[in-house]
Design a binder for this molecule. Structure first.
Ligand code: EAX
Length: 349
């Protein structure tokens, strides 16, 4: 509880800290580049600095635990020059809001799903195509390889520095109406999706009525039956307690859901080169840790959800869902390039 209070207090000061960050850039001096700054402003190295990172998920989530590990790595690698403070539960806004805060420099970092990222870099949506990745290793191959790294670089044009790809895992459908075994069972159901065109078009193709909204509004929307269902990976269904308001879960695994660890480019550029390197290394090592954690949580939490009373439909014919979403590939192949989509599909080992 004390921790929560501290974090809320932190959230109140984050705006002013953000302003400090915005005003405080330019104090970093690289001895090799010009040396125009007056000597009294050259003190970034050795000065402690806290980086705030916002997430929509709860304190027992894979995001939070992964970021705790990341924070330790950052502190270690920078000898305490940089520390990381985590703001969970959407206390700093939804993912889209937080990404915008990074652009203007009022928030340092966010760990965000690809949900809203296509509004900033449309090409990123290619990884959101339904049934694109055969398994998580396939996704890592693509995201950690040239394709995924190019997508992170593209964020640079938007004032965002992509440090590494983390993950949420494969997404599954829950709802309060009826057990879903075939696409027909989704017919007419109002399913909350992320604010993501590919996701919305996929649920349209499945016959559902997709309703995009921020994660921060989702629990209440489910509880008040504004929507019938939603889709998320098992660790999120569990740690966000969706089982309290959603009796049915079908393991559709229809999208793989990556997460990008982003830092405001204004903030990143104000750090020393060694701090930048430490952050990047910690982000990549943190990704490994967080992905392992997701795998572990997925294994344990399916039975936890059963114990919480959810009816879990595990054995479905996925090809029916795959067939139904084929049109989304046709729709997007000119936008993303049929070749790129094929390249991603062929990366499966
Ligand atoms: O990044 O909005 C969602 O459903 C996401 O899975 C969540 O915010 C994690």
């Amino acid at each position: 509880m004390r921790k929560i209070k501290k974090k809320l207090l932190g959230a109140v000061t984050v705006l002013s800290l953000g302003l400090l960050v915005a005003c405080g850039t330019g104090t970093d001096t690289d001895p090799g580049t010009g040396g125009e700054q007056p000597p009294e402003e050259t003190a970034t190295e050795g000065e402690a600095r806290a980086l705030q990172v916002g997430i929509t998920l709860a304190e027992d989530s894979h995001y939070y635990k992964g970021l705790e590990h990341f924070a330790e790595l950052v502190e270690e690698k920078t000898d305490g020059e940089l520390t990381v403070e985590i703001f969970p539960n959407g206390s700093l806004g939804g993912e889209r809001d937080m990404v915008e805060s990074l652009q203007i420099g009022t928030l340092d970092m966010v760990l965000s799903s690809t949900g809203p990222l296509g509004s900033f870099v449309p090409e990123i949506n290619v990884v959101d195509l339904p049934f694109l990745f055969e398994n998580r290793e396939h996704a890592y191959e693509v995201l950690d390889g040239e394709i995924g790294q190019d997508l992170l670089v593209k964020l640079g044009d938007e004032g965002l520095t992509g440090l590494a790809w983390w993950e949420n895992g494969f997404r599954h459908v829950t709802n309060s109406k009826n057990p879903i075994e075939t696409p027909e069972d989704l017919e007419g159901l109002k399913i909350r999706t992320m604010e993501n065109n590919v996701h919305m078009d996929s649920f349209n193709a499945l016959g559902a009525s997709p309703t995009p909204m921020s994660f921060t509004e989702l629990f209440t929307a489910l509880q008040q039956k504004v929507v019938d269902g939603q889709e998320n990976p098992v660790p999120i269904i569990s740690t966000s307690r969706f089982y309290e308001v959603q009796p049915y879960l079908t393991l559709t695994g229809h999208f793989y859901s990556p997460a990008a660890l982003l830092i405001s480019s204004q903030v990143f550029d104000s750090l020393t080169e060694s701090q930048q390197q430490a952050l990047t290394e910690a982000a990549i090592e943190g990704a490994q840790f967080e992905r392992d954690l997701v795998a572990e949580m997925e294994k344990e939490m399916v039975s936890d959800l059963k114990e919480e009373g959810m009816e879990i439909i595990e054995d479905i014919d996925k090809t029916a869902f795959q067939e139904a979403t084929k049109e989304v590939y046709e729709q997007y192949s000119s936008e993303f390039g049929a070749e790129l989509i094929e390249q991603i599909q062929n990366a499966a080992k």
